[in-house]
Design a binder for this molecule. Sequence first.
Ligand SMILES: [Zn+2]
Length: 280
Amino acid sequence: MHWNVGKVKITKIVELETTGSTRFILPLATNEEIQKLPWLIPHFASEEGRLKMSIHSLVVDTPSRRIVVDTGLGNDKEGRKVPTWNNRKDPFLETMTSAGFPPDSIDTVLCTHLHVDHVGWNTKLVDGKWVPTFAHARYVFGKTEYEHWRDHSDEPDKVAVFNDSVQPIIDAGKAELVTSDCKPCEEITLIPTPGHSPGHMSIHIKSDGEEGLLSGDVAHHPCQMAHLDWSSTADSDPVQSAATRRELFSRFADTPTLVIGGHFDAGRIKRDGDAFKFIV
Ligand SMILES: [Zn+2]
């Protein structure tokens, strides 16, 4: 599945897709409430009002760079809170390769934030050691985000994620810590979008007069465009995350900007009363 923004091609590589069982992340998005938002159905929710979501990477191919945005759950990881996120044995790298993106062809990895489902494939297990999966890539992490998880990974599952998927990249000398508003290449500018996590960043693409936005986890699902205050249980600051949603969606609403989420597919944001909706 792919989209074009000017000369930039964006390809989604799926690791995991789900319908329903999302109450743990968005408790307010009940089936009844979702059915009141018919524009979500059938693309983003089932007829019964169950949310459709995915864990995926986005390969962003620009004229000068080949970037992987967010790296899913990874294989062989342990200590995860969600049982099915442990000890996975997915052919994710094979899927990437057959889509035309062998891991060695990636020159940049960019993590919108450093949560468990966005950093997994940063590393792979080789002879009992976590090594960078993308051997020829520099890994771009937000400085604020990195320092937060370095200093505040207090719970065991957070420690596990940091130790097996983030710190090995730093130790291998492959990481570049950036400010949340930097410009990693000609077509791409980062936008600071804190709230879901302290140093969360979104990715603004501009090429040949066209624009795209990779919003990361500013919203886990388009239903949060209608209900800006439906913060996810994973948001570090629910009030700030709601304010960030309003600010970011206001900026791109009613423009031709192609928007792709960290856990949902492409669409365009439209104003709808005091909030927004998302149209494929
Ligand atoms: Zn997240």
